[in-house]
Write a protein that binds this ligand. Sequence first.
Ligand SMILES: O=C(O)CCC(=O)C(=O)O
Ligand SMILES: [Fe+2]
Length: 313
Amino acid sequence: MRGRRMGVTSPCPQAQRLRDALCGPGFFACDGAAGFAAACTAVPADSSQSSAVASRARIGPCGGVLQEAYRASRQLHAAEAALGEAARWTQRKPLDAPRRWWFTVAAGRGLPECEEYPGVAAALRAADALFAAPAGALAEAAAAALGLPAGALRGAAAAAMLRGLRYRPTDGHGLGISEHVDFGDFTLCHGDGPGLEARAVEAGVQRWLALPPGQLLFLAGPGLEKKSAGAVRAVRHRVAAGAAERFSFCRLHRCGGGAERSVVTSPLQSLLHGSALERTSLPGPTISDGRFCSLGGTAEAPPRPVGDAGSCV
Ligand SMILES: O=C(O)CCC(=O)C(=O)O
Ligand SMILES: [Fe+2]
């Protein structure tokens, strides 16, 4: 069933590319989603800097909402860490010797409000909305590209939960999160440093592929696998232990959190493409706005090399 075509008639090149990525690896980098375009990956972590400064450098100075969200996440995690077992907003795993901590932003769940952590809740809600916009566009585009009934993935962007994760630095042994698939239709991830790895199968050989930090990454989930009758496979992924503290955001879509409602999404402002993954000869889609076929010329835009910081310093 894997790679089976799903009854799409004359797909536009971008929809074709999206379908190839979904039915192939199931994961890809989304380059150019509004608010994520400025994320920089070129500045390597400098061991002479504090991890917070190094992380900021990797996110880039022009990340806007995202940069504020990472600042808020660091602030919340630091405050919670100081509380130890009395922490109220974060969970941790493993319980006895935690390697990662996370808090959740979702409908019906509280966030630390103003007096306690000034600006934190607002920054995290803004981050949630930042992820929701490309999620809505991707849900529509993926349904169309796969030939699923219109609206098959509608509501996924709203029924979501955003996790703000922190990984402690390690001696490089073990894993921050062991191998798993997420729940829901798909996950969008963004990390401030390396660590996230996806299982890729090339020529029948499986290997762990390091996914680039500082980029918005799409990972197919079991919901999409089921809805596509196995044409798309949920992506197995894990987080490798790293020498630097790592922060990330992951938004899981249609995962039972939040109310089902249709969302009106703003179009993606420029390109999404799989540049980082193309380096590894895995296909990645070139996607423009929620309709995908409307900007035909952009499909030919050359891939941006990994680590190209663009206008960011
Ligand atoms: O931190 C990451 O980049 C991935 C986290 C993850 O896989 C998860 O929370 O399910
Ligand atoms: Fe995950």
